[in-house]
Every structure is written in C-alpha cells, then in structure tokens.
Design a protein around this ligand. Structure first.
Ligand code: GDP
Length: 451
C-alpha cells in the first residue's frame, strides 16, 4: 500500500490563498487530526467533491494556526487517483509551513518533486506524455505554448501513438501465430498485408516527426546569441525585443563586457537571447574575457544573430566573424537602417534582415526568418505533437525500427518480428506504459514539489 504524501502546492511567497495538499490512503485520517471543522462531520462518511470550513493546526501544540477550507476528494476521482484533501489557507509562507508540519506530524511523508502527478500516472489517470504536458502548462511562456500544453493534457499524442502501436502489435501477433502453428490455416506473411501495415505506420510516424520539428523550438525555447562589433546596436536590439532597458546602451564602444541573457518572444519563438560583448581585438583584460565569453555563446547557440551597422557597411571584421559562423543557423542583422538610404552591398549569408533598433523597423522580418530557420511556421498547437526531446527520440527510434522491418520483409519473418518488438517498445516508452525507472525519474525530476 502506498504511503500518504503532503506538500505545499502553491508558490513560496505571500499570496491570497495557499494550499497544502495531502494524498494517499491516510489522507482523511490526517485531515481529521489537523483540521477542526466548525460543524463536525462524520469523518467516515465524507463524500468526495465536498468541503468544510474550520481551523487548521496542531491542537496539542497550542491549537489552530489559521482558518481553512478543506476540500475532499475520494479515490479514484481525484488528481492522483487516491484519497486527497486540500487545505486552502490564507497564503502566508510561514503559516503554510506550519500546516504542512502538522500534516507530517500526523503521519504524512513530505512529497518529492512531481510526486502527486507521478501517482496520477501510476494509477493510470494520465499517460507519461500527459504528465509532461502538465509540466509544460506550468512553465509555458507564450500563449501558443499554453495551448499546445492544453492539447497535450487532453492525451491527443497518446491516442495517435496507440493507433500506430495497435496496428504493429496485431501484425506481430499474426506473424507469431503463423510461425508457431504452421498447420493452421493462417495466411502467410506476404498475404497478410504486412507491407501495408508497416507502410502506414511509417507514414504516420514520418508525419508526426515532421509536424513536430518546430514544436520543441516553440515549447522549449531556443538559445540565441547577439554578436558583432562594438556599437552596432546589439544591446539596443535586446532592449527593444525585451521591451525594457535590460542592457546598458551607450555611444562608447566596448561597454558591454559581460554576457546578458533575457527571455524574449520573437514571433512564435521563445528566445533565450544573450547579448555579448562586442567582438574586437582588445588588450583590456576585462573586455578580453568578455570577448571570449561571446565566442563561447556564439558556438553553443541554436541561432546566431550577427549584427552589422548598415551605415558603415560590411567591414573586414564582420566578414571574419561570419566566417566562423554556421550560416544555416545564422541571421545577419543589418541594423541602423534608419540612418541610410538603400541597402548595404550583398551580404554573404542566406538569411539577411534590415532593422532599426530605434524605430522597430524590420523586427517582423527578423521574427519570420528566425521562425523559418527553426521550422516553426507549421506549428499547430491544437494537434498532437512530440513536445519534448524525449518524446521525439522515442518516435525516431520507432520510425527506424519500422523501416528496418520493412527492409526485413524480404528476409526472414523472425527478423521482422524483432524489429516490430523494437518499434512497439519505443512507442510504449513514449507513452510511459513500458518506460524504465530511469526514464520516469527523468520526466518527474523537473517538476516542483507539490505538483
Ligand atoms: P552595442 O555595443 O552593439 O551593444 O551597441 P548599442 O546598443 O550600445 O548601441 C550603440 C549606439 O548606437 C547607441 O548610441 C545607440 O543608441 C545607437 N543605435 C543602436 N541601434 C540603432 C539604430 O537602429 N539606429 C540608430 N540610429 N542608432 C542606433
């Protein structure tokens, strides 16, 4: 039998209301010890989806610490699938800590990160991909990410994967029967439309993988680095995109000597945008260290924005810098376009935009180009998608195994069986039904305590 867990479910800061959540077989017994309702209920007969008003605290240690409303949920109709009580108190961190302590002294154990959601998964309330969507709902930074997380909680991905998987399992069963009972009248592999089943699964997985390419960029965000010579307008662009004066802007070259990172929204992308020290040869030790950090930020970023001063044209240093960049994921930003008539000479990069950090001109183009590189244009938050690296890897593994099965059709049927088992296993791992402990731990590690 599982033990009973408790945690503060609300943020650790003063607020209107704070909630202590208790889940497990002893949840009601613990509530009876620490919650004193104004009108005493018959604790054994309390129904789910009801509530009571009263005081909460440790009666033996000087009585109540505050008023509370206690919400009751009966298993299996609760978030975790177990008996749950939620104590809604005034939202003071110290008060909540005392209520939690009371629950622990009454027999509960402190919940680990994501343990309530983990129990919901263990009790079959949600799939692993849905649990991941819960996490994304909490951390969503854009409206689209929020909508996609909501779609994920609905379980659309799990249903799509199940459909693919069921086809593969039926095929595997047919092959096994055919091989094990040669005397029975079971149609041989060639006739049983194995190729059609595998082809369908292959197409469905390809579609899902393609459709999801931009999803992770939208949902998990991408790292981007602003690089370029001093004074071309890198800090001004960061401030413009952030909507506030995040970085210091001066007319003096070499002011930004450290990297400054800010999360900004660019089109449908969430960027972790790093403003770097201007790249120039310098003997100044502080500036030199800054230049080294800039180069490191540039190398590790998903997207590199090389900023030029359009009023000065492309200088040899700009060309040298571009020579160090992976041009597929680099955008040349010709800034200060408000100061010049026309456009600078041909820029040696596929992706070029013309902007003014002062007027805001060209920032839409910048967003479009960044979306293009990150392949987020087709992102549809209402559809099932592979929303995390983990889910994408499982789908890619399953896809590879299905392709191998297709190739093996010409060879021995038992080779097809092995590939099918690999594909099914990868899909079960995706939805969590056969995921190992390490995978599950990894999913819930990122959760906060109380969720
Ligand atoms: P950084 O060293 O590359 O970060 O450049 P800053 O953002 O500090 O800008 C250097 C100078 O250029 C400041 O005086 C800015 O006001 C000015 N500046 C930046 N962007 C533009 C722009 O698009 N147009 C004009 N006219 N001035 C700009």
């Amino acid at each position: 039998m599982p033990d009973t867990i408790a945690a503060i479910a609300t943020a650790n800061a003063p607020g209107g209301i704070g909630i202590v959540r208790v889940s497990g077989p002893a949840a009601f017994v613990i509530a009876e010890k620490i919650f004193m309702p104004k009108r005493a209920p018959d604790w054994r007969k309390i129904k789910g989806y009801t509530m009571a008003y009263g005081n909460v605290g440790v009666p033996l240690e000087g009585g109540a610490v505050g008023e509370a409303i206690c919400l009751f949920f009966r298993e299996p109709a609760s978030y975790t699938g177990e008996d749950v009580v939620e104590l809604q108190c005034h939202g003071g961190p110290l008060l909540l800590a005392q209520v939690l302590r009371a629950a622990l002294e009454a027999g509960a154990r402190m919940a680990g990160p994501g343990e309530f959601t983990r129990r919901a998964w263990l009790n079959g309330r949600i799939g692993l991909a849905q649990a991941e969507a819960v996490m994304r709902l909490i951390t969503a930074q854009s409206e689209q990410a929020l909508r996609a997380a909501y779609t994920g909680i609905g379980g659309a991905l799990g249903q799509e994967i199940k459909k693919i998987r069921d086809g593969l399992i039926a095929l595997a069963a047919h092959i096994a029967a055919w091989m094990d009972y040669p005397d029975e009248d079971i149609s041989p592999l060639r006739d049983c439309e194995a190729e059609a089943v595998l082809g369908e699964a292959e197409a469905a997985l390809t579609g899902l993988i393609e459709r999801s390419k931009g999803a992770q960029a939208v949902l998990e965000g991408v790292s981007a680095a602003l690089v370029g010579r001093p004074n071309v307008g890198k800090s001004s662009l960061l401030n413009r995109l952030a909507g506030w004066e995040r970085a210091i802007v001066t007319a003096l070259p070499g002011t930004t000597r450290d990297t400054v990172t800010e999360t900004v929204q660019l089109g449908n992308l969430t960027l972790r945008l790093t403003d770097t020290a201007g790249l120039r040869d310098t003997e100044h030790p502080v500036e030199k260290a800054g230049v080294e950090r800039s180069l490191a930020a540039m190398k590790s970023a998903d997207l590199v924005l090389v900023v030029l001063d359009a009023s000065e044209g492309i200088l040899a240093e700009d060309r040298a810098l571009l020579g160090q960049c992976d041009l597929e994921r680099t955008i040349v930003v010709c800034n200060k376009i408000d100061l010049v008539q026309g456009r600078p000479e041909a820029v040696p990069c596929k992706h070029v935009v013309y902007t003014s950090a002062v007027t805001g001109e060209g920032l839409d183009d910048l967003a479009k180009t960044a979306e293009e590189i990150c392949q987020t244009a087709g992102f549809a938050p209402g559809e099932a998608m592979l929303a995390t690296q983990r889910q994408a890897q499982c789908a890619v593994d399953a896809h590879a195994a299905v392709r191998e099965a297709l190739a093996a059709l010409e060879l021995a049927p038992d080779a097809v069986s092995v590939c099918l088992e690999d594909a099914v296993q990868a899909l079960f791992t995706l939805t969590g039904e056969r995921a190992g402990d390490a995978v599950v731990d990894e999913v819930f590690r990122a959760f906060c305590v109380g969720k």
